[in-house]
Design a binder for this molecule. Structure first.
Ligand SMILES: [Zn+2]
Length: 229
């Protein structure tokens, strides 16, 4: 539990998060393919009702984030939400851009050579396409923040009221802090997106990879962005 209405589901590769509003649950990202059942079980273990899952928000198409979407989309009342530029990839109608490692530092290229490369996620429907500035009826009003550069349609989700930001892979948790994410399709654009996230007022950061940052997250994000200059 990160907050009374916020849970992290540790998925091995790529975290998913649950946000709870009265009578409705929102899942942010879905883990690797095959995670759907695990997520439903986790909801039950929390004492919540999986039938209240309404929104599956995908930060981008990578299989460690969109992997469980196809399974969860078969549940009644579930709306899968993604940016319009990643939606065709999630639906299996197009292939997405590969990470561009040419401009990445050597340690990141070494890491990329080491990590397992998953096949694309099973095609999943996207019921609602969003873009930067769109509002979702979550936590009293959640804002979609366009963060292009990790993928073309990568997005963050900002809950201004509780001060929570789901960063996707533009940022990652590391050593109790925050770092610029890895494996971007366009590093320069991703840097711009990271800097944009650093302008938001947030207390809690929920990353796709690495431990969440609870408390003072906005300050940590700005410090990390300044260090990149
Ligand atoms: Zn990713």
């Amino acid at each position: 539990m990160l907050a009374p209405n916020l849970y992290q589901l540790r998925m091995g590769v790529g975290h998913a998060y649950l946000w709870r509003d009265p009578g409705s649950l929102t899942l942010i990202d879905t883990g690797i393919p095959g995670s759907g059942e695990r997520i439903v079980e986790a909801i039950e273990r929390l004492g919540w009702d999986p039938d209240e899952l309404r929104t599956v928000f995908l930060t981008h198409f990578h299989p460690d984030h969109a992997g469980g979407a196809a399974e969860l989309a078969t549940r009644k009342g579930v709306t899968v939400v993604a940016h319009r530029l990643d939606a065709p990839v999630i639906r299996g109608e197009a292939s997405g851009p590969e990470p561009d490692m040419a401009g990445a530092p050597q340690w990141e290229r070494d890491l990329y050579a080491e990590v397992p490369h998953l096949p694309p996620a099973p095609p999943a429907p996207v019921h609602r396409e969003v873009e930067d500035g769109d509002e979702l009826d979550i936590a009293g009003g959640a804002l979609v923040v366009g963060t292009p550069g990790h993928t073309d349609g990568s997005v963050a989700l900002h809950l201004p009221d509780p001060g929570v930001l789901f960063t996707g892979d533009i940022a990652a948790g590391a050593n109790g802090g925050v770092m610029f994410g890895v494996f971007h399709s366009d590093r320069e654009r991703a840097l711009g997106s990271f800097r944009r996230l650093a302008t938001l007022e947030v207390e809690t950061l929920c990353f796709g990879h690495g431990d969440p940052l609870l408390g003072g997250a906005g300050v940590a994000l700005r410090r990390a962005a300044d260090a990149l200059d």
